[in-house]
Design a protein around this ligand. Structure first.
Ligand code: NAD
Ligand code: UDX
Length: 453
């Protein structure tokens, strides 16, 4: 029986391994983590992350061929294939601070593998890492190899949160990079066989190590760049009277452009896009390519611009101040169907509004009050009044918002600012709201109150 161990029971390690376990009943999969609360949660009825469909998959194989444990060393020692899916955040201090990936967790995992291994291992980079990380890992592992043969593979993960299980069941592609040596190719084949249990062979791409590592950063940079491009257009649409949804639809009909990932928004969030682009920028700078670095930096600049543009629009529409005004924020996670708030644009928006002394109430069905408090307490602004948070009762989510009732209870003029173009603006205008929708023609009121970015 092939034994797989995954180091890191997070948003990637947990769902990815659960899907391998359910699709490969003959493989034993153990997910290990240094965080006891996380492992306890994976072993409980309330999993540590919310993903549609995840509960069913975990419940179907947990205790059979899927296990969660804090006994990291034991399971690493016993495994044939070790996935490393630890976090690789942006460095906050030292060389490359603010840009480079922090590989501390990766390095400590690699050193531990080297320490405890007694048999040959395939070590798979699942985390997103800078190009050439495999070379550094190889050095760490083989330095104390005790005659053990390590093969390093790069197998980046392309799942998106909120659709992780769907993405893992039916991936557009699985990418495996390995050394172009007989040993490297044998390892590639072994990992390919795991995925071949459910992924059609033509969707499993094999490349050299560096192409696989770079493809992950490139994919996220391209995706984020599309959003910044459409968000840049949204500003121009508002200035000219064009409608960004119509522009997106029209350009997306060009098969070379395609219709996906062209929704204008208050800005992209999530733990990956910004971190991975910063990482890419740093790699370009280190390789003497400042023009390329600046090109990608612009994607983040536009994203920051879009977030502040939204806040400025809210403030300028309400007579240039929101001081003491009650503002309800619906949705706090970085996208729907997740409770993840890492880099959510809601943090910048709420901090911007609170910075102008608004009284903000926040509601998200998947995010706890504690989490919101933690995210907003990160001292960019001083708080001079208590936060007002709505209770996150699941029944409240299911109730449809009664906009007429809401309108009747609001001070006039009453405003709705839609950062995702999800409300029916015309219906709300009929009720009497002044409605701002990103990238859409402006109400007369908003035209008269231009936002300064
Ligand atoms: P996460 O923070 O949710 O999970 C990482 C886990 O690793 C944590 O539970 C942490 O306790 C554990 N860990 C850290 N060091 C460890 C060690 N030495 N031994 C054992 N456990 C250790 O992170 P994530 O969102 O799952 O991301 C993991 C990697 O996957 C990152 O490199 C990320 O860029 C990449 N990625 C993430 C996504 C996503 O949607 N979140 C998608 C694709 C790729
Ligand atoms: C992303 C990549 O999609 C995934 O392949 C990679 O493995 C991890 O990073 P994720 O961050 O989980 O996944 O979610 P994604 O659906 O890409 O959304 C990222 C952000 O972009 C969200 O804030 C979302 O609201 C925003 N977005 C997305 C837009 O603003 N407009 C769009 O058209 C699409």
């Amino acid at each position: 029986m092939v034994k797989i161990c995954c180091i890191g029971a997070g948003y990637v390690g947990g769902p990815t391994m659960a899907v391998i376990a359910i699709k490969c009943p003959a493989i034993e999969v153990v997910v290990v983590d240094i965080s006891k609360p996380r492992i306890d949660a994976w072993n409980s009825d309330t999993l540590p992350i919310y993903e549609p469909g995840l509960d069913d998959v975990v419940k179907a194989c947990r205790g059979k061929n899927l296990f969660f444990s804090t006994d990291v060393e034991k399971h690493v020692a016993e495994a044939d294939i070790i996935f490393v899916s630890v976090n690789t955040p942006t460095k906050t201090r030292g060389l490359g601070a603010g840009k480079a990936a922090d590989l501390t967790y990766w390095e400590s995992a690699a050193r531990m593998i080297a320490d405890v291994s007694k048999s040959d291992k395939i070590v798979v980079e699942k985390s997103t890492v800078p190009v050439k990380t495999a070379e550094a890992i190889e050095k760490i592992l083989t330095h104390n190899s005790k005659g053990i043969n390590y093969q390093i593979l790069s197998n980046p993960e392309f799942l998106a949160e909120g659709t992780a299980i769907e993405d893992l069941f039916k991936p557009d592609r699985v990418l495996i990079g390995g050394r172009e040596t007989p040993g490297g190719q044998k390892a590639v084949q072994a990992l390919k066989e795991v995925y071949a249990h459910w992924v059609p062979e033509e969707n499993i791409i094999t490349t050299n190590l560096w192409s696989a590592e770079l493809s992950k950063l490139a994919a996220n940079a391209f995706l984020a760049q599309r959003i910044s491009s459409v968000n840049a257009m949204s500003a121009l649409c508002e200035a000219t009277g064009a409608n960004v949804s119509e522009v997106s639809y029209a350009i997306g009909k060009d098969s070379r452009i395609g219709p996906k990932f062209l929704n204008a928004s208050v800005g992209f969030g999530g733990s990956c896009f910004q971190k991975d682009i910063l990482n890419l920028v740093y790699i370009c700078e280190c390789n003497g390519l400042p023009e390329v670095a600046n090109y990608w930096k612009q994607v983040i600049k536009i994203n920051d611009y879009q977030k502040s543009r939204f806040v400025n629009r809210v403030v300028s529409s309400m007579f240039n101040t929101v001081s003491g005004k009650k503002i309800a924020v619906l949705g706090f996670a970085f996208k729907k169907d997740t409770g993840d708030t890492r880099e959510t644009p809601a943090i910048d928006v709420c901090k911007g509004l609170v910075g102008d002394k608004a009284q903000v109430s926040i509601y998200d069905p998947q995010v706890t009050e504690d989490q919101i408090q933690r995210d907003l307490a990160m001292n960019k602004f001083d708080w001079d009044h208590p936060m007002h948070l709505q209770p996150t009762s699941p029944t409240a989510v299911k109730q449809k918002l009664d906009y007429q009732k809401i309108f009747d209870n609001m001070q006039k003029p009453a405003f709705v600012f839609d950062g995702r173009n999800v409300v029916d603006a015309e219906k709300l205008r009929e009720i009497g709201f002044i409605v701002y929708s990103i990238g859409k023609p402006l109400d007369g009121w908003l035209k008269d109150m231009p936002a300064v970015a």
